[in-house]
Design a protein around this ligand. Structure first.
Ligand code: NDP
Length: 247
């Protein structure tokens, strides 16, 4: 079913953990070459080694990249040789669990700079490349937080609402150009995400999942690969994924 991905080049941001890392394994399993980026290069090295061991014919490139750095994003995309067939625009985080009246400047900056500006920097560079190539598929990692707000979620929800808006704008801009755009909007997925959100407090992070079984990063990665492997006449535009029992 995923044979269309054989030999394709897939660029993944935030590939050092969680959903991005899982995407790296699932695309490699489908025979795609993967270009993995994140800030923690030692973690990327471990993902690369695991892929080399399990899928020796697949090529892996790792790029140290902070998506908040516009110039670095441009250089990173330029460093990718050959076509970029698929982009998984995944790097992101949620910092700040404050209500609006207690918002902390550094948390606002981190979330907006990464989830919104970083995603735009990567989109800009890759869309230019894909237009030159005359094809490509972009998978944006949104969230159900982009559809509905919740208490203490103002900044993160705003950032994922922006991902939805950017996705829809890009889709409108690429009508008639064979660049496909998908947005995946997961609900609760157990990754390092909550640990980062609570500043490394694992007990607080685990409490987020109390009372329901969260999705796994593999659940989301399987869906990303499915979306990226459809026949070119068909676009999986928008996918909402919920943990069973999640309201
Ligand atoms: P993780 O914390 O496990 O992964 C986040 C990834 O983003 C890491 O690889 C991290 O790499 C990377 N990242 C963070 N900041 C930057 C940066 N400035 N530059 C480059 N890379 C960065 O969490 P998830 O896998 O859960 O999150 C992946 C995406 O999924 C995010 O966009 C998140 O918003 C979204 N999502 C997550 C949900 C969940 O419940 N977990 C639900 C819905 C959406 P490094 O630190 O090495 O740079």
């Amino acid at each position: 079913m995923f044979s269309r991905l054989q030999g394709k080049n897939v660029f993944i941001t935030g590939a050092s953990s969680g959903i991005g890392e899982a995407c790296a394994y699932h695309f490699a399993a489908a025979g795609a070459n993967v270009i993995l980026s994140a800030r923690r290069v030692e973690k990327l090295g471990k993902v690369e080694a695991a892929i080399h061991e399990k899928y020796p014919t697949v090529s892996v490139q790792t790029i140290e990249l902070d998506v908040r750095d516009s110039a670095a994003v441009t250089r990173a995309v330029e460093s990718i040789s050959g076509a970029i067939d698929v982009l998984v625009n995944n790097a992101g985080l949620a910092l700040g669990t404050e209500n609006v009246d207690w918002l902390v400047d550094s948390n606002i900056d981190a979330v907006i700079d990464t989830n919104v500006k970083g995603l735009l920097f990567v989109s800009r560079a890759v869309v230019r490349r894909m237009k030159e190539q005359g094809m490509g598929h972009i998978v944006m990692m949104g969230s159900i937080a982009g559809l509905v707000g919740y208490a203490s979620g103002s900044v993160y929800c705003a950032s994922k609402g922006a991902v939805k808006a950017i996705t829809e704008s890009l889709r409108a801009e690429t009508i008639g150009v064979p660049i496909h755009v998908t947005e995946i909007k997961p609900g609760m997925v157990e990754t390092e995400f909550s640990v980062v959100r609570y500043g490394g407090d694992k007990a607080k992070a685990d409490a987020v999942y109390r009372g329901l079984e969260p999705m796994t990063a593999d659940d989301v990665a399987e869906t990303v690969v499915f979306a990226a492997s459809r026949h070119p006449r068909c676009v999986l535009a928008d996918v909402v994924m919920l943990a069973s029992g999640q309201a």
